[in-house]
Each structure stands twice: as structure tokens, then as C-alpha cells.
Design a protein around this ligand. Structure first.
Ligand code: UDP
Length: 473
């Protein structure tokens, strides 16, 4: 017998990288807001920060907890403390890291046996969790962290291999049987797609496990990409719930300043600086938590920003400030604010002074820009970021590219200062800037409506919870 009124208990298990854990934590809180008991599984070093976020939610009456899972760093041959991707120092450590995640199977089984959740929501990078959930008799729902557009486009490329029919890396091909005439080049595809690498087999496992899972939670909203949301379900056969933007749903519950990590700048200092600038004038530059640039590229960015004439906030990752050009800040003379380390990104994007966002097109950053109504200057680096760029520049028309041509695992493709300057000018003061800004503001309105009571994302979430309740005893 099943009851619709019993309390559902869901396990949330994010991959150990900020771009994955930040939205899953939001998701857990979102579920808790609907009366679900949410438990986030994380290694001790991440759990400490996550607990701060959940404590705030608990004080507001949310039932959301964190459980430690021991990450087997020593067994995997990784140095002590390497429990998350941002701590890895070389590409071969990444290989070890992925192998190590498979060793989490036994501890996860133990946690499920002890706590008996009704459902497991786990990251796409944990394909083995399908079997863990099946053995415990509970559904596994996959979270891939991107949108229906990009995930479907990527699946089409893997399925039809259109890149094999072009004669050079720079010749364009059309993504077959995919709405919107989307063209890419071979050099924009991930290296594990164009060559057989250690990640190729793993990636196929991710896709295959997604197809076998109970369904997919998408951090996007239906109206943003309705054609592709339908395509994902009807053509690729994925059962999907579009419940985002999760960062908007948890507004007021989570701490915007220390989202993901403790901010490296005082909130008031940052806000006061922005307050002194004209509305829609400041360029915000941040490349997420993983992408990296060398010293030559940082110099080009500094030159490009200076030449654009716009004020800017530039986030330079910890340890990279030494690579900045000599006297860089002095020369900027109040025009630029450099944040070394971690920026309060959502807080910054929501400020009315921000007129454009130079982004690597990580999906969380994209959605945070959409939610804030900020047009983007796109500079994709890795992962599915070249697909996200297409959605922004060609489908939604809220961005202009800097012209990055080559997928790189970590260090972005080299872009000259002139191209950066041109794209910044086009987005902030160019002929079509006002129109583009208006389009971005309309999307932000749509995003807010989607997460409101009765909006599309809220309805998808209610439907999913209802379905899970009907399945669990
Ligand atoms: N982020 C932040 N401050 C920073 C850098 C990143 O708050 O200085 C957050 C950003 O708001 C987003 C996440 O970290 O939520 C990065 O995810 P995204 O998918 O954009 O990129 P990734 O880091 O996975 O490449």
C-alpha cells in the first residue's frame, strides 16, 4: 500500500567540484522546502562548508542534513586532502580522482542501508550509483548539471559523429537531426569525443547510465529551451524534470556571498564599489572554479578591458595574481576591481551596475546570468561550454563570443585583447546592446515566474515529488 502523505527522504550525492555541488545543495534545499527530508552526501572537507549552508536552512525549519562519506585519497594514490577537483594539481591526478570515486560504492551502500532513503539523486559522474540504488530497491535520478539543449546536442554528436565527415578541424558541420541548424567545428569538441582517451569509455558510461536511470533533473526552466526540453524527452527518450534555476528558488535561504566557498572580498566593499558605477556599465569577468589562463592571456585580458573603457570586476583565481601585469591595478586607477580567489558571483551579477559578464559558459554561470538579466561575452573553454555558447549567442541571442575556437581541458584558448575589447563594446555600448539587454531582462522575468508557486519549474518539482511518493511504501 502507498500513501501520498508520508515524508519522503531523498539522498543527494554531488560530484566533488563546485560547479556540481553548488546546484545540488540548492536542489536539496528546494526539496526540503516541499517537506522532503533531504540528506547531502559529501566528503568531510566539503561537508564542513555545506553544513554552514544547511544550518541556515535548518534554522528556517528545513529538514536538510549532511552525511560524511570518506573519500579514499590514500587508496587512490592521491595526496592527503585531495577530496575535490579544485585541489588536483595535474591531469594525471584527475584520472586517479575519477577512479577513486568508484571506490565510494561500498560506503554509499552502507549509508543507504543505515538511513533507508526513498530515492537517490546523484551526479552524472557516478554511473555506478544506478546499481547501488537498484540493489536497494530505490530509484536513482541523474543530475547532469547542464541544460537540455547542450546535453541533447552532445548526445547527437556522439550518436551521428558528424565531425568524422569534415576534412579539417576548422570546417563547420551541422549537428544532425537537431533543431536549430547548429554548427560546430571539430576543434570545438571535447578531445575525448574526437580521440579515444581515458575519459571516452567513462563518458559513454555516464550517458548509458543516464538512459537507464529513473529520470533526469535539469537545472533549467522549460520556457528557456522548450524546443530542446521536448526534444530531450521525445527524441532521446529521457524522462526529465526542469526545476531551475535552483539559485533563484533558494534566494533568501542560502547565503549569496559565500556560495560554494567563503568570499575573498568583503560584501560591503564590493557593493560600495559597484554603487559608485553607472547602471549597466560594469563588465564582470570570471571563469568559474576550474578554467585557467596563463600569464600571456591575463595580460591580454587586462589590455582588452582597459581598451574597452568600461569599469570592470575581474576575478583572478588564487595563486594567479603573480601573473598579472606589473602595476596592473595602479594603472587601472579605480576603473577595475580585482578579486583574488572567490567572488560573491550571484551578488555581483544581481547588481544593477553590471552590464555584461565575460564567462567561460559553465552552465551555473550561464543560468545565474540569465536569472539576473545580464548579457554575456562568451569564452568557452572545456566540458559542454561550446554548446552552451551556441544556446546563448544563436538561440537566445543574449551574448557575443570572443572567438574561442579550441576546446581545452583546463587552460582556455588564446584570445587577443582586440577581440575581448570588441566583444565587450558590442555587449555594453554597441548598436544592438539595448535590444540584447532587453532580451536578457525578459529571460530573467521568465526565470522568476518559472520558480514561483505554480510556475513551470515549481510544477515539475511537485510532479516529481508526487511520483516519488507514489513509488515509495
Ligand atoms: N563561483 C563563485 N565565485 C567564483 C567562481 C565561481 O561563486 O569566484 C560559482 C558560480 O557562481 C557558479 C559556480 O561557482 O555557481 C561555477 O560553476 P560553473 O558551472 O559556472 O563553472 P565550473 O566551475 O563548473 O567550470
Amino acid at each position: 500500500m502507498t500513501s501520498q502523505n508520508h515524508q519522503l527522504h531523498v539522498f543527494f550525492f554531488p560530484f566533488m567540484a563546485h560547479g556540481h555541488s553548488i546546484p545540488i545543495i540548492d536542489l536539496a534545499i528546494l526539496f526540503a522546502g516541499k517537506g522532503v527530508k533531504s540528506t547531502i552526501i559529501a566528503p568531510p572537507s566539503d561537508a564542513a562548508h555545506i553544513s554552514k549552508v544547511t544550518e541556515k536552512a535548518q534554522n528556517l525549519g528545513y529538514e536538510v542534513d549532511v552525511l560524511d562519506i570518506e573519500f579514499p585519497v590514500a587508496e587512490a594514490g592521491l595526496p592527503e586532502g585531495c577530496e575535490s577537483v579544485d585541489k588536483l594539481l595535474s591531469p594525471d591526478m584527475l584520472v586517479k580522482f575519477f577512479l577513486a570515486t568508484k571506490l565510494l560504492k561500498r560506503p554509499l551502500e552502507d549509508l543507504i542501508r543505515q538511513h533507508r532513503p526513498h530515492c537517490l539523486v546523484s551526479d552524472m559522474f557516478f554511473p555506478w550509483t544506478n546499481d547501488v540504488a537498484a540493489a536497494s530497491g530505490i530509484p536513482r535520478i541523474l543530475f547532469h548539471g547542464t541544460c537540455a539543449f547542450s546535453f541533447s546536442a552532445m548526445e547527437h554528436v556522439l550518436l551521428y559523429e558528424p565531425h568524422k565527415n569534415v576534412s579539417s578541424d576548422s570546417e563547420h558541420f551541422l549537428i544532425p537531426n537537431f533543431p536549430g541548424d547548429i554548427k560546430l567545428t571539430r576543434s570545438q569538441l571535447a578531445e575525448f569525443v574526437t580521440q579515444e582517451t581515458w575519459f571516452t569509455k567513462l563518458f559513454n558510461e555516464f550517458i548509458e547510465s543516464g538512459a537507464r536511470s529513473f529520470g533526469v533533473i535539469v537545472n533549467s526552466f522549460y520556457e528557456l529551451e522548450s524546443v530542446y526540453a521536448n526534444h530531450y524527452t521525445n527524441f532521446l527518450g529521457r524522462k526529465a524534470w526542469h526545476v531551475g534555476p535552483v539559485s533563484l528558488s533558494t534566494k533568501g535561504i542560502t547565503d549569496k556571498t559565500n556560495r560554494g566557498k567563503k568570499s575573498s572580498i568583503d560584501e560591503n566593499e564590493c557593493l560600495n564599489w559597484l554603487k559608485s558605477k553607472e547602471p549597466n556599465s560594469v563588465v564582470y569577468v570570471c571563469f568559474g572554479s576550474v578554467a585557467d589562463f596563463d600569464s600571456c592571456q591575463l595580460i591580454e585580458i587586462a589590455k582588452g578591458l582597459e581598451a574597452s573603457g568600461q569599469p570592470f570586476v575581474w576575478v583572478v583565481r588564487n595563486g594567479k595574481e603573480k601573473l598579472l601585469p606589473e602595476g596592473c591595478e595602479r594603472k587601472m586607477n579605480g576603473k577595475g576591481l580585482i578579486i583574488r580567489g572567490w567572488a560573491p558571483q550571484v551578488l555581483i551579477l544581481e547588481n544593477q551596475a553590471i552590464g555584461g559578464f565575460v564567462t567561460h559558459c559553465g552552465w551555473n554561470s550561464v543560468l545565474e546570468a540569465v536569472s539576473a538579466g545580464v548579457p554575456v561575452i562568451t569564452w568557452p573553454v572545456a566540458a559542454e561550454q561550446f554548446y552552451n555558447e551556441k544556446l546563448l549567442t544563436e538561440i537566445l541571442k543574449v551574448g557575443v563570443g570572443v572567438g574561442a575556437r579550441k576546446w581545452k581541458r583546463l587552460v582556455g584558448d588564446f584570445v587577443r585583447s582586440e577581440a575581448i575589447e570588441k566583444a565587450v563594446r558590442e555587449v555594453i555600448t554597441g548598436e544592438g546592446a539595448v535590444e540584447m539587454r532587453n532580451r536578457a531582462k525578459r529571460l530573467a522575468e521568465m526565470a522568476k515566474k518559472a520558480v514561483e508557486n505554480g510556475g513551470s519549474s515549481d510544477s515539475h518539482l511537485n510532479a516529481l515529488i508526487g511520483e516519488l511518493k507514489s513509488l515509495s511504501p
